[in-house]
Design a protein around this ligand. Sequence first.
Ligand SMILES: [Fe+2]
Length: 354
Amino acid sequence: MSNAARVLPATEVFEHFLEPRQGFLKVVEPRESGSIGLKEWVTANKPELRADLTRHGGLLLRNFANKTADFQAAMEGLFGSENLIESYAGGMSRRNKVSEKTFVSTLFPRVGGLPQHFEMSYLRTWPLFISFYCEQPSPYGGNTPISYGRGLLKNLDKKLLGKFDQEGVCYLRAYKNQAYQGVFPTWQEAFESSDPAAAEKFCRANGFEFHWTAERDFKTVNVSQGTVHHPQTREKLFFNHALTSSFYSGNKKILSPSFEGLSSALKPEVVEEVCAMAIDEVPYGAAWGKSRKPIELSVQQDLRAAFYDNMVSFAWKKGDMLILDNLLVAHGRDPFIGERSILTVMAHSHSERA
Ligand SMILES: [Fe+2]
């Protein structure tokens, strides 16, 4: 009888996990670096990859043969061209298009960090999937840390989760024309038009209250979900933008966790000014959906801790493609120095509204 180890069938790729204990985020690499075309492989393995996204939250495809144009093509192969999202209207970040359905991930200043968030979860319609492509990694920093939503459920207090489920989250936004330009989107950038009527049309279609101030600034208020049901697994998930959207701490001497990460991108006098603002004056404010009372600082701190406990991070490598199930995985951005180019494509616009 032979003592030789059982030989597994040869496969063209090998797989591992960023967080093996929870089976969170599968990393796939060709056994021979650069030996397999990204878009061809993604398209050929579509059913398995779609199942992996639901099972593991996301995929990091590394060391495939690809150039930038293959990114959108791979997303078309995986989700179908008709399901890629062309518009970012109503978005929180400043973002440019590089092609019809490919965006620069964010134009937010490099010295600022973006807290963990589920893409566009402040709306009632959001992408089921978001993908990132590393065209150019920064020489220092600039990771895209990710957090597992299934783990988050174990960390968060059940009563708090119930409150998010029952109340939802109210988002208050004040679009400024001047002082914050370059950091936060103006209303023209946010609604992808310089026509006030287009901004108003978007607001009406998406259930936003809105009004123009005497200074021609634009203010909006909208209530969205605190939790969602995953369309495939039906599991209930924490899904909102309460952490990232809370610039209001209720204490002029304490920065909210979200504003703390972003404040380094602003002049000290602007930081002081924002700290002194009421919740309906800050660029981004988050309140409870029913009571309309500000999300408490202690809740913001609990949310940040829960995200940290379920976070993994990796250094970008040129040509990496990261695909996330947007309901299962939150993402953020670390500050960085030097040049960095991360592109994004979103897929499958979805809503729980009847
Ligand atoms: Fe994002």
